[in-house]
Design a protein around this ligand. Structure first.
Ligand code: NOJ
Length: 978
């Protein structure tokens, strides 16, 4: 059967899972990583080690507004080489340190930040540098206790807060920017050194370097290790530009935990890679790669790279965004439990480091979001359930899968098509034998407002009857071979293929034009599509089956003459960015795009969602997937998930059920499976598994208001949608390493997904002296001031899910087949009283698909419950308009300043009401429940139990107010008099 053709490209699945580690380099197989680690070892062994990089004091210059300072940096080993240093402080206190070789043989790659940054950050003109004899300094911050010190000799940059070192660059003297040189000059110099009697021509500028050679060995090593050429497996990388790597130590002398630098299958608090007790032996690698059957505990690189790291202690949080576009390796050490060292090695590029001073965790997220952007607010439906597999093989298959979901009353929003929809894997071109009626098929899916997602990969089949390839060739936007002229050819699903160079601006409008669904215009575009067909971008590392490390040769040439090695890690983001723009712009007015990407970089959060790639159907992968999604949230990219069920293998029912429960607490929820796996749509499960999965998915749908509100907050503040303990409780050290339970946004929901086989109980950490209610049983658990572990039931049908006392959670509890059908559904408010009898929550809603919210079409409500007096047992519940309360809020500022409560969206849901209020932990049975200004008593039932203010555990008291006839968008007050 034709649909199996792609499977044949893959090697047959091995009986046991095994990563093909030999396809990918270890540090010792990458010349610059080897050199960087050797440099670090030499530094450790040499007590007299001192960085040769110094600032030429006479060159220090301040910009006219004194906000930026520049200086010439020299390496004492190569006095004839100049480096330019530029240090500036942004409005929000972020320090940007840049260094580049000046007047060298060529320009180092200097564009990484420009692809990642939202815009050029504003330099503060309130902050001024002072120049001293041995350093340049600036002091600033709301308390004027942040200080940046740039020392001259050796060059060292320190950020201090309250006199305490927070971040130190080149404190250990590992900075090394390998300057450009020619093979001939170095060879000649070596020869001269070997035979000094042959004499030196002192007029020759080269001679200076030659004389220094013996002196460089202590720093650069004896040999030209991997400088000019490298071979890995059968691939030779001729490095026409010679050595140009960058080594930099970035230390956090007062922070004992570091997080971030996704993507790695590892713990959230990153384990060490250097030092005697190092957990790993290999540094963390950032090199976007398609790693077949990746390991569940490793520093190996995966599909995406975000060179953003947070360092955290109970006192402060700081961040580093190191704008590297090339391959990079990061060693992490922990000289003492409260301090962390990092050593960054990158193959090419300038030094461009952003130091985020915090000092709070929220500050760091906001600072990073100001640099690279917040996550885009997704379409509301994109938070529903996505059903995928490789492959639904025909239109009829899609229709019957949809029918089965409906017959079994299982909610789903999106059906996905993998590569087999496309004739010979020519994306956009339907295989009409299997999909004779793609538009009609999509219309059938759209009938209950569901959507389709169809895959578009970046490899273009090199055949003349493929208009996309033909046009790309004609307008000359394909990635070039090292000669810079001929188009590169490699192998992927489509056989012999070419790749569009999205760095070439000429490709942009053309690519966007392909997605137009109307029949206007001359050039080819996708008329066999609809505006409800969204896109999946896969294989964009790029994955190339016959390329080095399953990717593109590093010598290939992109727009501007840059080598692929310079921008490898950014490449996938551009494809994603352009596709998202294409989807957005195919309608007028635009609608929010949905594009899933496998490869990503800093800034990708602005363009859509990501998933963790080809995970295995094992418990280890299920567990590490949770940590990887958390790490992505730390990296600013909240819209993340893992393949539910595991991509490879056939999960047993227990595993599949647990995986669904993991999935519904991921921002992106999609089930997916490899072509060789058995079908495993939830309706195929036997009882009781099927009903459990139905309930799990319905739970996700009831909580869509929570997810959407959390996404709205993330899209405004940069705070992540998933919040691990160190984010939610930044002063509680006991929580800093916890990465198997987390909070959803600011909702107060705490979940611990079960990722162990045969579990019947789970241990859950409660970080504070507060009541936490089991979401389902209403059992009130008590934490403790110093944190406490509790044991909770976790049978297969149970999810350890808690509402933190003090939270109000809005849900929509009517089961529907898809999320758009919930638009007019009423809400339930679950009020979880804290120990003082108070609670608070938010609800954000808009039309979920357009950009009219940017003009003010939304509602943003605050619900509060308060105890009127210290001794009172009553509760007052308020609904308030947050949009008018916070007119100055960032990003949405314009909309909020002119906010009109009677906006179009609000009017469209004017009839939507609160159908139920549930109060957990009421201190006493009410006497009356009335709306202020209302005449009649509300209907309610009360089940006695433990009150929030009791210090006891046990089932909480529950007050249910039935149909209180309250509008979701009006201000009101209800008094529960007790
Ligand atoms: C690799 C992706 O990771 C996987 O999800 C997909 O099914 C296959 N490519 C085929 O497109």
């Amino acid at each position: 059967m034709r649909v199996l053709s792609a499977a044949l490209v893959l090697a047959a699945l091995p009986t046991a899972f095994a990563v093909k580690a030999h396809d990918f380099k270890t540090c010792s197989q990458a010349g610059f990583c080897r050199r960087g680690r050797a440099l670090s070892s030499r530094a450790k062994e040499n007590p007299a080690w001192r960085s040769p990089y110094v600032i030429d004091a006479s060159s220090v210059a301040l910009s006219s507004d004194q906000a930026v300072f520049t200086a010439v940096v020299k390496s004492q080993l190569y006095p004839e080489v100049n480096f330019g240093l530029d240090v500036r402080i942004h409005d929000d206190g972020v320090v940007r340190v840049r260094m580049d070789e000046v007047g060298g043989l060529r320009q180092r790659y200097n564009e990484a930040a420009s692809w990642a940054l939202l815009e050029e950050p504003k330099v503060s003109n309130a902050i001024q540098w002072t120049v001293a004899k041995d350093s340049v300094r600036a002091k600033y911050g709301p308390k004027n206790d942040v200080e940046v010190v740039v020392a001259f000799e050796p060059l060292k940059v320190t950020l201090l807060q309250g006199g305490k070192e927070q971040v130190v660059l080149n404190g250990r003297g590992l900075l090394h920017m390998e300057h450009f040189r020619t093979k001939e000059s170095v060879a000649k110099a070596r020869e001269e050194v070997a035979n000094p009697e042959e004499g030196l021509d002192t007029d020759d500028s080269q001679a200076v370097m030659e004389q220094t050679l013996p002196r460089t060995a202590w720093f650069e090593g004896e040999t030209e290790d991997g400088w000019w050429e490298e071979t890995f497996n059968s691939f030779t990388d001729n490095k026409p530009r010679g050595p140009e790597s960058l080594s930099l130590d970035i230390d956090f002398p007062n922070h004992g935990h570091v997080y971030g630098i996704p993507q790695h299958a590892t713990r959230l608090s990153l384990p060490t890679t250097t030092g005697e007790d190092a957990y790993y032996t290999e540094p963390y690698r950032l090199f976007n790669a398609d790693v077949f059957e990746y390991l569940a505990d490793s520093t190996m690189s995966l599909y995406g790279s975000i060179p953003f790291l947070q360092a955290h202690s109970a006192e402060s949080t700081v961040g580093i965004f190191n704008a590297i576009g090339s391959e990079a390796w990061i060693d992490i050490g922990r000289p003492s439990p409260k301090s962390t060292t990092t050593h960054w090695l990158s193959e090419t590029g300038i030094l461009d480091v952003f130091i985020l001073p915090g000092p709070t965790i929220a500050d760091v997220f906001a600072q990073y979001a100001r640099l690279t952007g917040t996550p885009a607010l997704p379409a509301h439906w994109a938070l529903g359930y996505h059903q995928c597999r490789w492959n639904y093989i025909s239109s009829e298959d899609v229709r019957s899968v949809q029918k089965r979901f409906d017959e079994e009353d299982i909610p789903v929003d999106v059906f996905w098509l993998d590569i087999e929809y496309a004739e010979d894997h020519k994306y956009f071109m339907w295989d009409h034998k299997l999909f004779p009626d793609p538009v009609e098929m999509t219309k059938d899916v759209e009938a209950i407002e569901r959507k389709m997602v169809v895959i578009v990969d970046p490899h273009l089949k090199r055949v003349d009857d493929y208009p996309v390839y033909k046009e790309a060739t004609e307008i000359d936007v394909l990635v070039k071979l090292k000669d810079g002229q001929s188009n590169y050819e490699g192998w992927c699903w489509s056989g012999s293929s070419a790749w569009v160079d999205y760095f070439n601006p000429k490709s942009w409008d053309w690519w966007k034009g392909l997605f137009k669904v109307d029949s206007q215009g001359n050039s080819w575009h996708w008329v066999e599509s609809t505006v409800n067909t969204y896109i999946w971008n896969d294989m964009n590392e790029p994955s190339i089956f016959n390329g080095p490390e399953i990717s593109m040769p590093r010598e290939n040439i992109h727009h501007g003459g840059w080598e692929h090695r310079d921008l490898h890690n950014i490449n996938g983001m551009l494809f994603h960015n352009l596709t998202a723009q294409a989807v957005k712009e195919r309608t007028d007015p635009p609608r929010r795009p949905f594009v899933l990407t496998r490869s990503f970089y800093a800034g990708s959060q602005r363009f859509g969602a990501m998933w963790t790639g080809d995970n295995l159907g094992t418990w280890e992968h299920m567990a590490v997937g949770v940590k990887m999604v958390l790490a992505n949230n730390i990296g600013g990219f909240s819209f993340a998930g893992s393949d539910v069920g595991g991509f490879f293998g056939n999960p047993e029912p227990e595993m599949l059920v647990r995986w669904y429960a993991v999935g519904i607490f991921s921002p992106f929820l999609r089930a997916h499976a490899h072509i060789d796996t058995k079908r495993r749509e939830p309706y195929l499960l036997d009882e009781p598994y099927k009903s459990i999965v139905r309930d799990i998915l319905r739970l996700r749908y009831t909580m869509l208001p929570v997810w959407y509100t959390a996404f709205r907050e993330a899209s405004v503040t940069g705070l992540p949608v998933l919040r691990p303990h160190y984010v939610a409780f930044p002063h509680d050290e006991a929580g800093f390493a916890i990465d198997d339970q987390y909070f959803v946004g600011s909702s107060g929901l705490l979940v611990k997904p079960v990722t162990r086989k045969s579990a019947t109980e789970e241990t859950v950490y409660l970080p504070e002296d507060q009541v936490y209610y089991d979401y389902f049983s209403h059992h009130a658990y008590r934490g403790a001031a110093k944190g406490k572990n509790i044991t909770v039931p976790a049978e297969l049908h149970q999810i350890p899910l808690f509402i933190r006392g003090g939270s109000i959670v809005p849900t929509r509890e009517r089961p529907r087949r898809s999320s758009p059908l919930m638009k007019q559904d009423p809400f339930t408010l679950r009020i979880a009283l804290d120990q003082d009898g108070n609670a608070r929550g938010e609800l954000y809603l808009d039309d979920g698909e357009t950009y009219s919210h940017e003009k003010g079409d939304f509602i943003w409500r605050e619900y509060t419950a308060t105890r009127p007096g210290k001794k009172s047992r009553s509760v007052r519940i308020h609904s308030r308009n947050l949009a008018t309360q916070k007119p100055g809020e960032a990003v949405d500022g314009v909309a909020l300043a002119t906010y009109d409560s009677a906006n179009d969206f609000a009017r469209s849901i004017a009839g939507v009401r609160i159908e139920k209020i549930v109060i957990l932990g009421m201190p006493a049975k009410p006497v009356t429940v009335t709306k202020v200004g209302g005449k009649t008593q509300m209907e309610w039932t009360f089940t006695p139990g433990v009150a929030a203010s009791d210090k006891k555990e046990g089932t909480a008291s529950v007050l249910v107010i039935k149909d209180p006839k309250l509008s979701v968008l009006m201000d009101w007050e209800v008094i529960v008099h007790a």
